[in-house]
Design a protein around this ligand. Structure first.
Ligand code: XIL
Length: 460
C-alpha cells in the first residue's frame, strides 16, 4: 500500500475573534439575588466578524458568555479540544472561569488587560463560558471584556469513495488522502454490493475502506441501509413471494448485520435514503409495498438496537431549499420523532442544479428548520455540475455554490460534516464532462475546493 501523505495545513485550527470592546460584566452578587437573577438575564449582543456571543450577566453571580451558532465547535472526538480565550481587564484578585462543559477553576488576575482561557472537553461543543467571582472575595466586582477568541476546528470535508480506484489507482488514492478528511463508501455498502445472495454478505470492499479510514482516524459515513435502488435481484425477484413478516426479517437481518459489523467504526449511517417524493408524499417503494409505510420506523429501530452510539440519519436529495419535497421530509421526520423512532439526523444530499442553486437564506432556513426539530444536519453528497463548457462565469458560479453549502454548514452548530460525491471528475457519477466535483480530471484542485475549505473554516 502506498505511503500515506500527511494531512496538510487545512488541519490547522483557525482562531475566531469576537471583538467585544469594553463590555462590562458585573460579577457582584447582590445581597438578595432572586432565583431569576441567579439564572441569568439576556444581555447585550456582542458580535464580531466571525463569531458572536451573548453576554449574560446573571444578577451578578455568574456571567455566562454564550458562544453562539457562528462560533460553532465540532462535537466530534476526532478533533482536538476547542478552547476559548478572553481578554479581560479592570479587575484585580481572583476570578473563576470555566466552560459549560468543564468545571470552574480559579485564576489570579493582575492589573491591566490579560488573557484567561477555558479549555473545553474534546468532543463537547462549547455552549458558553462561565465567569464568576469566587465566593467570599470582595474584589473583582466588575470585569471588562474586550475580546473573545475561540479556537474552532474546521468542519471536516469528506468524499464518497469507490473501492475499485481506491485499490488500484494510486493517483485517485493520493488525491483522496491529500484532499479529504473522511469518506462515504459510494456503492460498497448498498444492498446489491453488500448482500449479493440471500444468505451471503460481501463486505470485503467496504471493510477495506472502513479499515483504512479508521486506521487514519478519518471518519466514515455508512451509506445506505434502506434504499429503493441498487437492490439485489434475489430480493426483487424472489423464488417465493415475500410476506410482510419474511421481508421484515430480511430488513432486520440486513440492518443489524451492517450496523453491528461497523459498530464503533462508522460514526453515522444513512438508514433510509430517498423515501419521499418531490410532491412531498412518501414514495411507494419495494419496501413500502412489501412491509408497509412503517418500514422506515423498523429500519431505524433495528439500527439503534444494533449500535446505539452511531448517528442514524434520513438522507434525501433536493431538500436543500423549502418546498413540497422538504415539507414532506419535515413531516416524515416530525412524525418519526413523535413516535419515538430513533432518527437523529437529516442528510441534505446537495446535488445542486447549477441553473437554480439554493440561496444562502434558503440553506439557512432549511438547516434551522431541521435543527429546530433537534436533528443534526449534514451535507452528504454535494456536487455541482458546471452546466456547460467551462467559462469563467460557470466556474465562478460553481465556486459560489460550493462555498454557499459550506458556509451554511459552518453557520450552524447542528451541521458537522460536509461530504462531496466523488473524489474527482474522473470518478463522478455525473460523468467527467459534468465537471461536478472539487478536483478536475487531472486531479487538480478547482477554485471551488479552496472556497469550500475556507468556508468550512469560517473564512470568506
Ligand atoms: C450513485 C453512485 O454514485 C453511482 O456510482 C451508482 O451507479 C448509482 O448511485 N443519491 C444517492 C447515491 O444517495 O447513492 C447515488 O450514488 C447518487 C444519488
Amino acid at each position: 500500500m502506498p505511503r500515506r501523505p500527511s494531512r496538510s495545513a487545512h488541519r490547522s485550527r483557525p482562531v475566531r475573534h469576537a471583538v467585544v470592546a469594553g463590555a462590562i460584566l458585573s460579577l457582584a452578587l447582590p445581597a438578595a439575588a432572586t432565583a431569576d437573577q441567579r439564572r441569568g438575564i439576556e444581555g447585550e449582543e456582542l458580535s464580531g466578524p466571525a463569531i458572536s456571543a451573548d453576554a449574560t450577566a446573571s444578577g451578578g453571580a455568574v456571567a455566562l458568555l454564550r458562544v453562539s451558532r457562528r462560533a460553532r465547535v465540532l462535537p466530534t472526538p476526532l478533533v482536538a479540544a476547542p478552547a476559548v480565550r478572553l481578554r479581560v481587564g479592570g479587575c484585580r484578585g481572583r476570578l473563576r472561569i470555566g466552560t459549560t462543559t468543564r468545571s470552574m477553576r480559579t485564576v489570579r488576575l493582575r492589573a491591566g488587560w490579560q488573557v484567561v482561557s477555558a479549555p473545553a472537553d474534546p468532543g463537547a461543543p462549547i455552549a458558553g463560558v462561565r465567569l464568576a467571582r469566587p465566593a467570599g472575595t470582595a474584589g473583582c466586582r466588575h470585569l471588562r471584556l474586550d475580546r473573545i477568541d475561540v479556537d474552532v476546528p474546521p468542519i471536516p470535508l469528506a468524499a464518497s469513495v469507490l473501492s475499485g480506484p481506491m485499490r488500484t489507482d494510486a493517483r485517485y488514492r493520493k488525491a483522496y488522502l491529500d484532499t479529504f478528511d473522511g469518506l462515504t463508501p459510494e456503492n460498497a455498502l448498498k444492498m446489491n454490493a453488500a448482500r449479493p445472495t440471500p444468505d451471503g454478505y460481501a463486505f470485503e470492499d467496504a471493510d477495506e475502506l472502513v479499515d483504512d479510514s479508521t486506521a487514519e482516524r478519518r471518519p466514515v459515513r455508512g451509506h445506505t441501509l434502506v434504499f429503493d435502488r441498487q437492490l439485489p435481484s434475489w430480493l426483487v425477484n424472489p423464488l417465493l413471494p415475500w410476506t410482510r413478516d419474511t421481508l421484515l426479517g430480511v430488513l432486520r437481518d440486513h440492518v443489524t448485520e451492517n450496523v453491528a459489523r461497523y459498530r464503533g467504526r462508522v460514526d453515522r449511517w444513512d438508514v433510509v435514503n430517498e423515501a419521499v417524493g418531490i410532491d412531498g408524499r412518501q414514495k411507494t417503494t419495494f419496501w413500502s409495498q412489501g412491509i408497509g409505510t412503517d418500514y422506515i420506523d423498523w429500519a431505524f429501530r433495528f439500527a439503534h438496537a444494533a449500535d446505539p452510539t452511531t448517528r442514524l440519519v434520513y438522507n434525501d436529495a433536493g431538500i436543500e431549499r423549502p418546498g413540497a419535497h422538504q415539507d414532506g421530509v419535515f413531516r416524515l421526520l416530525s412524525a418519526l420523532l413523535a413516535r419515538g423512532v430513533p432518527v437523529e439526523g437529516v442528510g441534505l444530499q446537495g446535488h445542486i442544479d447549477p441553473s437554480a442553486p439554493p440561496t444562502a437564506a434558503e440553506l439557512d432556513a432549511t438547516i434551522t428548520r431541521f435543527a429546530d426539530l433537534g436533528l443534526r444536519v449534514e451535507i452528504t453528497e454535494a456536487d455541482v455540475p458546471l452546466g456547460g463548457p467551462a467559462t469563467p462565469e460557470r466556474i465562478a458560479a460553481q465556486t459560489e455554490t460550493y462555498r454557499r453549502l459550506a458556509t451554511a454548514c459552518w453557520r450552524h452548530v447542528a451541521c458537522d460534516r460536509m461530504t462531496v460525491w466523488g473524489v474527482a471528475d474522473t470518478a463522478s457519477w455525473m460523468g467527467v464532462k459534468a465537471s461536478a466535483t472539487l478536483l478536475d480530471a487531472a486531479y487538480r484542485p478547482k477554485p471551488a475546493l479552496e472556497a469550500t475549505r475556507r468556508a468550512l473554516a469560517g473564512e470568506r
